[in-house]
Design a protein around this ligand. Structure first.
Ligand code: RFL
Ligand code: PHB
Length: 389
């Protein structure tokens, strides 16, 4: 088989890139290791920047997102019994959007199926060959049968555990990493949200977050130990712990119910440089990871996709390689700013095992500064609603 762009990974980055390229008549093949049902069962992002909505518009996939998303004009931050609101619209002119990654991915799969663009599921043994030359090709197997795709370019959209990043030789690749000494235990429940906007909470017992997907579906997280397993936590124990970590006014309003999903995610900050090697380009979690505090992972993947789409479009439409040549530097500039924000917001809200009483006082002082200082709130809000592309 031959295509213009071979896309490794059928998560949101890969699918969005495929649909954007399709609008310009650029062919692609998407290779996904899992099944579609498996990809759609992963509960992840909930808060999206407007840049993501604009890209979904451009890809022709935004009808349901426009109709069903919940626009949030601000967020609440609490510490102990104190809480305050940051008004994104007043401070930046922009809201954020609550619309689950599962729904984004479903919309992108529907669009891909409508346009008849090829996706291969259940692929194994993917190898990217010749990316440092002019004629790259991918070899892989499906049900043990060998396959090959020849292409002009390879987009590595295969997440943190994919093969694309590993294809870049260690002599070229530099990796920067920070692993946090805790995880997030998350549950999804068919219960109304505790508040009309998200509540991020710093408490003596650790971080908590009250989020949602819609008026009848809530998403909650608590900081947990890395040695915990979801089975260690009954639903009753989760709700009890959550109530102890949020101010009484929210705890009293909390409606509890059985969880429909429960999982633990470790927290990590990670960046690989460069994001391009020859004709291979990394996008999204394949190149970088942020801790989920601040909801930046999928949003940063979307900005990578936009830069790469524009570069490839320029190449195919005018023959200029300026956009693809500048891709890595341009993407990394925004990636590092997002890494900084996610690291800062994580540091502000979590309990660290080695934190001293002094460190905790500094955290409270910073929260009080944020509460009372408009410039600090504006800086937070500009990052949260999304830095410009
Ligand atoms: P994905 O979603 O990991 O998709 C990669 C796909 O590649 C496939 N794959 C392969 N395919 C072929 N061959 C191989 N060798 C392959 N290896 C892997 C995988 O099966 C998969 O389908 O990466 P992508 O597309 O870059 O998307 C990134 C986002 O998924 C991620 O950044 C976000 O989910 C992060 N995130 C959040 N981001 C936000 O912007 N807002 C949020 O509110 C938010 N909340 C979250 C989050 C992530 C979380 N977890 C679980 C890490 C909340 C949580 C709890
Ligand atoms: C979510 O709803 O899953 C969510 C919201 C905000 C975050 C992280 C996750 O910062």
């Amino acid at each position: 088989m031959r295509t213009q762009v071979a896309i490794i990974g059928g998560g949101p980055s890969g699918l969005l890139l495929a649909q954007l390229l399709h609008t310009r008549g650029i062919e692609s093949v998407v290779l996904e290791r899992k099944t579609k049902d498996y990809v759609l069962s992963r509960i992840r992002a909930g808060v999206l920047e407007r840049g993501m909505l604009q890209l979904m518009d451009e890809a022709g996939c935004s009808d349901r997102m426009r109709a069903e998303n919940y626009s949030h004009d601000g967020t609440y931050i609490s510490y102990g019994e104190e809480s305050f609101r940051i008004d994104f619209v007043v401070l930046t002119g922009h809201p954020v959007m609550v619309y689950g990654q599962t729904e984004v991915t479903r919309d992108l799969y529907d669009a891909r199926e409508k346009t008849g663009g090829p996706i291969e599921f259940n692929v194994d043994d993917v190898v990217i060959n010749g990316a440092d030359g002019d004629t790259p090709y991918i070899t892989y197997t499906v049900d043990g049968q060998p396959r090959r795709i020849d292409c002009d370019f390879v987009a590595g959209c295969d997440g943190f555990h994919g093969v694309s990043r590993q294809t870049i030789p260690l002599s070229v690749r530099r990796e920067y990493e920070k692993v946090y000494p805790f995880g997030w235990l998350g549950i999804l429940s068919e219960t109304p949200p505790v508040n009309h906007e998200l509540v991020y909470s710093n408490s003596n017992r650790g971080f908590a977050l009250c989020s949602m997907r819609n008026e009848q579906l809530s998403r909650h997280y608590i900081q947990c130990s890395l040695s915990d397993s979801p089975d260690d936590w009954t639903d009753a124990a989760f709700w009890e712990e959550l109530k102890r970590r949020i101010p009484t006014k929210f705890a009293d309003a909390l409606v509890t119910g059985p969880s429909v999903e429960k999982s633990i995610a470790p927290l990590r900050s990670f960046v690989t440089e460069p994001m391009r090697w020859g004709r291979l380009f990394l996008c999204g979690d394949a190149a970088h990871i942020v801790p989920p505090t601040g909801a930046k992972g999928l949003n940063t993947a979307a900005s990578d996709v936009q830069y790469l789409y524009n570069g490839l479009r320029q190449f195919y439409e005018s023959g200029s390689s300026e956009g693809i040549d500048g891709y890595s530097a341009k993407a990394l500039l925004r990636v590092w700013k997002t890494e900084r924000f996610s690291w800062w917001f994580s540091s502000l809200l979590h309990r660290y095992p080695d934190q001293s009483e002094f460190d905790i006082r500094i955290q409270v002082a910073e929260l009080e500064f944020l509460r009372s200082n408009e410039a600090a709130q504006r800086a937070m809000a500009e990052n949260y609603v999304g830095l410009p592309y």
